[in-house]
Design a protein around this ligand. Structure first.
Ligand SMILES: [Zn+2]
Length: 484
C-alpha cells in the first residue's frame, strides 16, 4: 500500500478529447413479459439453476429499496436488450435488468460453480433508482487483460500463515507479473523475501510486512498490500536480476489460509490505458448520463499532458455514478489503512475490459490518494487490490492531474523516487535521488524544497510535488498489463 501524503503542485495541458458519447438510444423492444409464475406465485431465484422457466433476473419496475438485496425471479430475458457480458450504464439496458456498478450486464449466481470458466461469483451493486443501489451475487470476470497477455493459472499456492512459507517460481524473463491471493477477504498477503533458486541462493529482497512499502536497490518489491492480493512485476527496472533458475518467494498472511497464484506474461507494450472512474462522493461529482463532470475532464486532460511526455495517453474514461447508500458509505475513508479501501476497490467486480479503476471519494484521512499496491492487481478487477482511490475534496484543480498520475503510477509499478526518510530509493537509473545530506533542517525527512533539483520535480516524488516522468518510468507504464 502506498499513498500520497501531501502535494503542492500544478500542471495543465490540453488535448483534443472528444466529448463523451451520449447515452445509447433505448432499444425498440416489446413489452417485458413479466416474471414467470408457478401456480400464480412468482418463482424467486438466486441463479439460473433455480428456474425451470426462463432465467434468473430482475425487473426495472420493482420499487427501489436502497441498500437492500435486489429481488430476483425467474422469467424470460427481455427482448431487444443487451445480453450478459455487454457494457451498460443503466439497469434497463440489460435483458435481465442487472447492470453492475462496473458497467457490465451480469448474471446472478449462488456460488462460483454457477459461473463460466474464468468467472467468479462475487458481490456487485446495481443502480435501481435515482437514490438506490442494491446488491446481488453475480458472475464476474476474474481477468480483464489485453489480448496478448498469457495467463498461467490460477494454480494452488502454498498455505499461508503468520510464519513465512516459500513459493517456487520458474524464470520470469522476459516480462511477467505474478500475483498471490487468499480467499478470505479480510486477510492480507505480504511478501517477506525473494531469493534466486541458484546454489547457493542469492537473496534479492528481505522485507518486514509491517514496514513501509519500499523499493530495493535492485528489484522494487512492494511487500504490503491493502487487499487480499499482492503482486510483483519482473523486471521493474534495468537492475532487476534475471535469474535463469527462477525465484523463491516468502509469503505471509495474518491467519492460516490457502492461497492461489497466477503468472501473467506479455511481450507487447501499449501507448494507451483506459480508466474506469467511480464517483463515490468526491467533489460532489455526479454523472447520471455517464459523462465526465467538467472538472474531472479537465483533470484527465492535465494528466494526459503529463503522460504524453513519455508516449502515453489516457484512452476511454468510463464514468460510474454511485448513489444512495453506496455513495454515502464510502465517501469518507477514515484511514489510509482502512478496510474501507479494499471494499471500495472490490466495486470494480464485473469489469471486463483492461483499465485502471480510479475511485473518487471525498476524503482519505492521512492521504490525498492511495494505490492498493505497487504493483496493483493489474487486469484483475474485483479484488481488494484492484484500483486506486483519490480523496478529491482537498485537492485543488491544478494539482489533480499530478495526483491521478502519481497513484496510477504506483498501480502500474512505480515507486517513489525517494522516500521521505531519504534512505530508500527505487531501482530505476534515470530518476534523481534525494539523499539524507539534503535534510538541511535535520527533521529526518526530505521535503520538496530540500529536494529541489534532486527529484522533487518527478511525479513519483514521495510528496507528489512533481510533474516529470522519466523514460524508464514511462517504459514501465507502457508495458503494464492494462495498456493497449
Ligand atoms: Zn505515493
Amino acid at each position: 500500500m502506498t499513498c500520497l501524503a501531501l502535494v503542492l503542485l500544478a500542471s495543465a495541458g490540453c488535448d483534443e478529447r472528444a466529448p463523451p458519447a451520449p447515452p445509447p438510444p433505448r432499444p425498440d423492444a416489446g413489452p417485458d413479459t413479466g416474471p414467470a409464475r408457478d401456480a400464480g406465485e412468482v418463482v424467486v431465484c438466486t441463479r439460473d439453476g433455480d428456474c425451470d422457466d426462463g432465467v434468473c433476473r430482475s425487473y426495472a419496475d420493482l420499487r427501489p429499496s436502497d441498500r437492500a438485496a435486489i429481488s430476483l425471479s425467474c422469467g424470460a430475458p427481455e427482448t431487444g436488450r443487451s445480453p450478459v457480458g455487454a457494457g451498460c450504464l443503466r439497469q434497463d439496458e440489460c435483458d435481465r435488468h442487472l447492470c453492475a456498478f462496473a458497467g457490465t450486464c451480469v448474471q446472478p449466481c449462488a456460488g462460483h460453480e454457477d459461473c463460466a470458466t474464468g468467472e467468479l461469483c462475487r458481490a456487485v451493486w446495481v443502480a435501481t433508482g435515482p437514490n438506490a443501489m442494491q446488491s446481488l451475487d453475480a458472475c464476474t470476470a476474474q481477468f480483464a487483460l489485453p489480448g496478448d497477455v498469457t495467463v498461467e493459472g490460477p494454480t494452488p499456492g502454498p498455505e499461508l500463515g503468520e510464519m513465512a512459507v516459500l513459493d517456487e517460481l520458474e524464470a520470469l524473463a522476459p516480462n511477467a507479473l505474478v500475483a498471490w491471493w487468499v480467499a478470505e477477504p479480510d486477510q492480507h498477503v505480504h511478501i517477506n523475501s525473494i531469493a534466486t533458486r541458484d546454489t547457493p541462493a542469492v537473496r534479492l529482497f528481505s522485507g518486514l510486512p509491517s514496514s513501509h512499502s519500499a523499493a530495493t536497490l535492485l528489484w522494487g518489491i512492494g511487500p504490503n498490500t491493502l487487499g487480499e492480493l499482492t503482486a510483483i512485476r519482473f523486471p521493474n527496472g534495468p537492475m532487476t536480476p534475471p535469474s535463469t533458475t527462477g525465484y523463491t518467494v516468502g509469503l505471509t498472511s495474518e491467519m492460516t489460509s490457502p492461497s492461489e497464484r497466477v503468472v501473467l506474461r506479455r511481450t507487447e507494450t501499449g501507448t494507451t490505458f483506459d480508466i474506469d472512474a467511480y464517483l463515490l462522493g468526491g467533489r460532489a461529482w455526479e454523472s447520471p448520463d455517464g459523462s465526465m463532470p467538467e472538472a474531472m475532464a479537465e483533470a484527465m486532460t492535465g494528466a494526459n499532458a503529463l503522460l504524453a511526455t513519455v508516449g502515453l495517453s489516457i484512452g476511454d474514461v468510463r464514468v460510474h455514478d454511485a448513489r444512495g447508500f453506496l455513495r454515502a458509505r464510502y465517501s469518507i475513508v477514515e484511514s489510509r489503512f482502512s478496510d474501507d479501501l479494499r471494499e471500495i476497490f472490490r466495486l470494480s467486480a464485473g469489469a471486463t475490459r483492461p483499465s485502471v479503476h480510479v475511485f473518487f471519494v471525498r476524503f482519505i484521512d492521512g492521504a490525498l490518494g492511495v494505490s492498493a499496491g505497487i504493483v496493483g492487481a493489474q487486469g484483475m478487477p474485483g479484488t481488494g487490490a484492484s484500483g486506486v482511490a483519490i480523496g478529491a475534496d482537498p485537492i485543488p484543480d491544478e494539482m489533480m492531474p499530478s495526483v491521478i498520475v502519481h497513484e496510477i503510477g504506483h498501480f502500474l509499478g512505480l515507486f517513489h523516487t525517494s522516500e521521505a526518510n531519504a534512505l530508500v530509493f527505487e531501482p530505476l537509473t534515470d530518476t534523481p535521488e534525494c539523499r539524507r545530506d539534503r535534510d538541511v533542517n535535520g527533521d529526518g525527512a526530505v521535503d520538496s524544497t530540500e529536494c529541489a533539483g534532486a527529484g522533487a520535480n518527478n511525479v513519483m516524488f514521495w510528496s507528489g510535488t512533481g510533474t516529470e516522468i522519466s523514460e524508464q518510468q514511462g517504459a514501465l507504464m507502457r508495458s503494464a498489463y492494462v495498456t493497449r
